[in-house]
Design a binder for this molecule. Structure first.
Ligand SMILES: C[S@@+](CC[C@H](N)C(=O)[O-])C[C@H]1O[C@@H](n2cnc3c(N)ncnc32)[C@H](O)[C@@H]1O
Length: 254
């Protein structure tokens, strides 16, 4: 990774650069497909079902809820930064489409014969809110949140970007767990043993966390693991970030 100014300031986060480089290109789709394969397996091979799903730290990309959308009635997206939420609102109103190759790819995994347009419309209709969130707060959705619990929470590459150490990472799990029903599912994706990822002209800092530390944090915060997978980063990936691998875990809240 090239030397660039380092930052933790999400006010500088550029949604379009992030999408163009991590999600939308043919090159990026090599990595994305690995993530999408795992979401597909998690949701098709486990009883992860429910009425309401919250995606935490969605960023500008809805890839984390494509497979999940088959298994829930309502989806809420959330992010810390207003520019990511605005981007998601543009997507919801149809001004921007998610990369079609990705939606088609998930539909083929799911065995669905719908067109990308139909599938995207279905997902848009299920999205009932795009809300601000701060995972470092004990009230992540703020004091106005009505307290209605979620059946499923999905979060991808967010906590490690929001905190400075492993103890705070564990607190993020505790904080979002206040939003989850007992018996509900937390689907968590994390970058392991890294420190930096590029967005535009900045390198964003993340904490260095291991699979073992995440397993312990999940167990200590009251989750029973029902599925877990780890994948290695690819060469494409190494140009943009310095993580050793990516970890995906599903816990059910005891
Ligand atoms: C690496 S991006 C991941 C985006 C997306 N979930 C994905 O998998 O591509 C990290 C995301 O965490 C969000 N974030 C940073 N600090 C946060 C906080 N304190 N609370 C909630 N989200 C935060 C950022 O705005 C950004 O969208």
């Amino acid at each position: 990774m090239e030397d660039r100014p380092q930052t933790e300031d999400y006010a500088k986060f550029d949604p379009e650069w992030y999408l163009d480089n991590y999600i939308g290109t043919e090159e990026a789709s090599i990595n994305m497909r690995l993530d999408l394969n795992i979401y597909h397996r998690f949701f098709s091979q486990n009883p992860i079902r429910g009425k309401r799903l919250l995606d935490v730290g969605t960023g500008p990309s809805i890839h984390t809820v494509i497979s999940a959308s088959n298994h829930v009635d309502e989806i809420f997206l959330s992010d810390y930064t207003s520019q990511n939420r605005q981007y998601l609102e543009k997507w919801r109103s149809g001004k921007i489409d998610h990369p079609k190759m990705m939606i088609d790819y998930v539909s083929s995994l799911d065995g669905r014969t719908v067109t990308a347009e139909e599938r995207e419309k279905e997902i848009r209709q299920k999205v009932k809110g795009i809300v601000p969130i701060d995972v470092t707060s004990q009230q992540p959705l703020g004091s106005d949140y009505d307290g209605a619990p979620f059946d499923i929470i999905v979060t991808s590459y967010c906590f490690e970007a929001a905190v400075s150490n492993v103890a705070e990472y564990k607190s993020c799990i505790e904080n979002v767990s206040t939003l989850l029903k007992k018996g509900g599912y937390l689907v968590l994706a994390a970058c392991l043993e890294g420190g930096l990822y590029q967005v535009g002209e900045y390198n964003y800092r993340t904490i260095n966390i291991s699979r073992k530390q995440i397993d312990s944090a999940m167990a200590e915060t009251g989750y029973k693991t029902i599925a877990a997978e780890e994948i290695q980063g690819t060469a494409v990936d190494a140009q943009l970030q310095d993580f050793s691998s990516y970890y995906f875990i599903v816990g059910s809240k005891c």
